[in-house]
Design a protein around this ligand. Structure first.
Ligand SMILES: *Cc1c(COP(=O)(O)O)cnc(C)c1O
Length: 456
């Protein structure tokens, strides 16, 4: 058997990407005020800013687009998607939404009250912000290993069950439900084990609380379970996914991830307890319950995507992609969050730029350097994103300086990754030439999206 793991698809439609010269990129980045968020996508060669909604659809999905029923109420496409979601999750109730955060907003707006506490391994940014917007407190209880980039552990996305138990015992009346993110995006795309999920569900249920999955990357999580958890090696990944959903009482989903579509999401629930409120809020802010802010064609594409994502050949290639880049980075002496997660690689910028002081924003500097060197766009997860400049001008910094490279699904081939590894190794070799930045203009919140920088 050949050892090379190939992309399990061939390319039917191509979209050219544009090579630029280094002097062009210097000009483009200067015009973007040294902030890659401000670049035009067409000036980027490998766009690894996010894996959300950026992937390639299959021939079957494009064919399904033509089958979309655009009726306002009771469209055939809704029933097709409903059947797929029911088959996968086992949940009786399902509403489509235009993306994941809409499902979260509708759920939290219906259920959460000021003073509530909602535990999770790590809440995703929008989840956290929407809980707070509804007066509830998001509480991250990921296991200790999940916070240590260099520690290798098969399930760094697990939730700390002792801390959950403690929370339920001391403040149980404040907890309306528990959540868990699979895979744990904020923690590096790290998986949650079935054992941990079962323990968490049992704890919550013993206290009469439901468990909701943030299921964005449920298929990647199920594949990690198959590959790493004892007893699952021979279980079909779809059955593993069903078991995950079966332990929980509902889910929010961004189909822009493991739904394999460019837009879409849903909320699904086992019981009808919250259903009336959910449907009312959906109608008020998204659309009628059989289209939920999407076109019929979007529902069709999602129905196909949710089936295709459970192809084990695809998932094996998907998880191998991140691991492969990790191996190349190892060879180049570049540090990263270990083990590599499902959808992204998180480079530890301090291992590339050990001499750059944090005041020069090393992860931001590395993000810029990757663009200048090779036209690659990643995202800084460091002190520009999480640090603050206080009113008195005092700066606070983030504990880690990471650059996330997130991979759109079914888009890039092995040679793109070989190229990227070369670019990263070259940047490390010439680290002395990498320049830090200072922030010259910034907004009060989420400054990384719009801040303007100058070379320091
Ligand atoms: C992307 C994401 C969301 C939000 O979904 P959108 O479709 O972007 O609104 C929520 N949770 C996790 C874990 C995500 O990755």
């Amino acid at each position: 058997m050949p050892k090379t793991l190939i992309e399990p698809f061939r390319i039917k439609s191509v979209e050219p990407i544009r090579m630029t010269t280094r002097p062009e990129r210097e000009e483009l980045l200067a015009a973007a005020k040294l902030n890659v968020f401000q670049l035009r996508a067409e000036d980027v060669l490998l766009d690894w800013l996010t894996d959300s909604g950026t992937g390639a659809m299959s021939t079957r999905q494009w064919a399904a687009i033509m089958l979309g029923d655009e009726s306002y109420a009771g469209a055939r496409s809704f029933y097709r998607l409903e059947a797929v979601v029911r088959d996968l999750t086992g949940y009786a109730h399902f509403v489509p939404t235009h993306q994941g955060r809409a499902a979260e907003r509708i759920l939290f707006g219906t259920v959460c009250k000021p003073g509530h506490v909602v535990p999770s391994n790590c809440h995703f940014d929008t989840t956290r912000a929407l809980l707070e917007w509804n007066g509830a407190e998001p509480r991250d209880l990921v296991v200790r290993e999940g916070l240590e980039p260099a520690t290798v552990h098969p399930f760094k996305g697990n939730i700390d069950l002792d801390r959950v138990e403690d929370l339920l015992r001391r403040e149980g009346e404040r907890v309306p439900f528990g959540m868990i993110t699979v895979t744990n995006n904020t923690g590096g795309g790290q998986p949650v084990s079935m054992e941990n999920l079962r323990g968490y569900a049992n704890l919550l249920h013993r206290h009469g609380k439901p468990l909701l999955l943030d299921a964005c990357r449920f298929a990647e999580n199920a594949m990690f379970v198959k590959m790493r958890e004892p007893g699952y090696a021979d279980v079909p990944v779809k059955q593993i996914a069903r078991e995950m959903f079966g332990l929980a009482d509902g889910c929010t989903m961004s189909a822009k991830k493991d739904g394999m579509v460019n837009i879409g999401g849903f909320l699904a629930l086992k019981s009808d307890e919250w259903l009336e409120g959910v449907r009312n809020m959906l109608i008020l802010t998204e659309g009628f319950p059989t289209y939920g802010g999407l076109a019929g064609r979007d529902l069709e594409a999602m129905a196909v995507g949710l089936e295709e994502v459970l192809d084990e050949q695809y998932l094996r290639y998907r998880l191998r992609t991140a691991e492969y880049l990790g191996e190349k980075l190892d060879e180049a002496g570049v540090g990263f969050v270990r083990p590599t997660g499902g959808h992204a690689v998180y480079i530890d910028a301090r291992t590339v730029l050990p001499d750059m002081p944090v005041e020069r924003y090393p992860a931001w500097a590395l993000t810029n350097a990757l663009y200048l060197e090779g036209g690659i766009r990643g995202v800084e997860i460091g002190s520009v994103m999480f640090g603050r400049r206080r009113e008195d001008g005092e700066e606070t910094f983030h504990a880690m300086e990471l650059v996330r490279l997130a991979f759109p699904r079914r888009m890039y081939t092995q040679s793109h990754f070989d190229y990227a590894a070369e670019v990263i190794a070259d940047v490390k070799k010439n680290a002395r030439d990498v320049r830090g930045v200072r922030i010259v203009k910034q907004s009060r919140t989420l400054r990384h999206f719009t801040c303007e920088c100058a070379w320091a």
